[in-house]
Ligand binder design. Sequence first.
Ligand SMILES: [Zn+2]
Ligand SMILES: [Zn+2]
Ligand SMILES: [Zn+2]
Length: 273
Amino acid sequence: MFEILFLGTGTSHGVPVVDCVMSDYKFCPKNVCKAAETDPKHNRTRSSVLISFNQKNILIDCGPDFRTQVLREKVKRIDAALFTHRHSDHINGISDIRSFCTKIENGKPNVHDLPIYGSQETIDAISQCFSYIFDPDTFVGGGIPKLKRNAVDGKFKVFDLEIETIPVIHGSCNGCFGYRFADTAYIPDVKSIPQKSMEKLQNLELLIIDCLRMERPHSTHFVYEDIKKLIAEINPKKVIGTHLCHDIDYLADEKAIDPRMTFAFDGLKLQLS
Ligand SMILES: [Zn+2]
Ligand SMILES: [Zn+2]
Ligand SMILES: [Zn+2]
């Protein structure tokens, strides 16, 4: 039994989109950015989920909204973090993980290494982008996260949870992964799925997948039309679209999609077996 909490469900811009708001919504395709003022389900922070399993909390991706997300959801602990790929909307909150590296033990704060996981390419990119975290000469007065890097491929275990990597194509981003745990797969950024990875997506109870928008193709992301083809091939029991841009109006568009599918929203929590 585990739980998934959607910390964020938006594309790299988030929703509302800043330039859309600043141009008085003139170019907003479905008026979602304006509707976000009154309907919180239209507000989408950058995509991330928190998996809770056996008293442990495992984060997948840590984007620029991480701090806001953990405050909003009152997340008390994070025990490990997985990264799908190197793009800034998935890694740029990493310095704020430092708050979760300190644990109170016998009444005293103790700093622990927090394990992080990703493809070799993603771990290399994190090491490069946040070199100060891993440089032994960095002055630690301001507080930096203590991270233990783990490059993974295939199957691996985080605490007691078995996880499988699902390599996917996402533009020119090397080493982009989705992850499968039990009968759930989480693939927030994808343009195409190699045959070997398709084999890892059989017999899914739940597929959580990139759904940037409905029809208009995108060069690096799935849109609903791509998901339709995928679910015809792998036949998951349920599908949730995430990494949504302001082209998705969940109220209107949910009526037009496959009955097995819904759209994620920030704060959505699911119990899974
Ligand atoms: Zn992204
Ligand atoms: Zn908009
Ligand atoms: Zn991306």
